[in-house]
Design a protein around this ligand. Structure first.
Ligand code: SF4
Ligand code: SF4
Ligand code: SF4
Length: 268
């Protein structure tokens, strides 16, 4: 690639833990290979300076203040391609849990009188404020997906998010289902693409990559409320209440914007 063809890329963080950018930095040599096809115009975690316009802006985090919103709109105006980097930016993540309580009340509890001057808005993912051209999911972001999106951008190709549940990746990796250990897993509702990294290492899927399209949320509580449960499901359900509200709370840890709609499509 000639120097003149290099894409000018930038990374921006909004309200978040910045763990997605750190995960990207952990790509080390692979990242250096990718970056050799680009010029960096802004990236606060690794350098000073900001030189718009950008060919590609990776935006991490949620939009929680009017200042965030103005900054994001400025980035959108200056970028040909905008990528929502990670679950905070793509679908809301933990930041958006605070929308469930009155913002002023929450601020005053945490900051006392200092809260009066704070210009805080509803917490929203980047994708709810501006148009995004690509989304990369995960908390932290899935690195294989980051690489795939980066390459798609370099070669002017689209990237289609996978739309199968994490269970598919468990089957492909011959992973024992955690339901057999009596634990509740959100993998059947969650978009794959992480390689089932949590379940492969013995944890449950907490749903950090968001829901698959057309996820049948109502099916899960209905399966657990059946009179004649399969022995495994019966053992899981005996240890904890698995009604609709409990399952909604579990899903809402990462999928909190917009409000979840639980519609029973009756095919469980
Ligand atoms: S998606 Fe997770 S890891 Fe990434 S910035 Fe948000 S909270 Fe941090
Ligand atoms: S461990 Fe979770 S994701 Fe894996 S097969 Fe079981 S329910 Fe599905
Ligand atoms: S298994 Fe679930 S919680 Fe873990 S990385 Fe994948 S989507 Fe996220």
């Amino acid at each position: 690639m000639r120097r003149s063809e290099k894409k000018r890329i930038a990374f921006f963080d909004f309200a978040c833990c910045e763990g997605c950018q750190l995960a990207v930095l952990e790509l080390e040599e692979t990242l250096l290979d990718l970056l050799s096809h680009t010029d960096i115009a802004a990236w606060r975690e690794v350098m000073t300076g900001d030189e718009p316009p950008y060919d590609v802006a990776f935006c991490e985090g949620s939009i929680c203040t009017r200042a965030d919103e103005e900054r994001l709109l400025r980035v959108r105006r200056d970028a040909k391609i905008l990528v929502a980097l990670g679950t905070c930016a793509a679908i809301g993540c933990h930041n958006n849990l605070r929308n469930r309580i009155d913002t002023r009340e929450a601020l005053e509890k945490v900051y006392g009188k200092a809260a009066r001057g704070m210009d805080v808005t509803e917490a929203r993912p980047v994708s709810a404020v501006v148009d995004t051209d690509y989304r990369i999911l995960g908390c932290p972001v899935s690195l294989p997906e980051f690489i795939a999106v980066f390459k798609a951008i370099l070669t002017d190709q689209p990237y289609r998010l996978p739309n199968e549940p994490v269970c598919v990746e468990c089957k492909l990796t011959d992973t024992l289902c955690v339901y057999e250990k009596g634990r509740v897993c959100l993998g059947p509702l969650t978009r794959c693409g992480c390689g089932a990294i949590c379940t492969r290492f013995g944890d449950v899927c907490h749903g950090c990559r968001g829901l698959v399209d057309e996820a049948n949320l109502a099916a899960m509580p209905r399966v657990f409320s059946r009179e004649h449960l399969h022995a495994i499901m019966g053992a899981v359900a005996s240890g904890q209440p698995l009604d609709e509200e409990r399952i909604r709370q579990m899903i809402a840890l990462y999928n909190n914007y917009p409000e979840l709609k639980i519609e029973d499509r009756g095919d469980a």
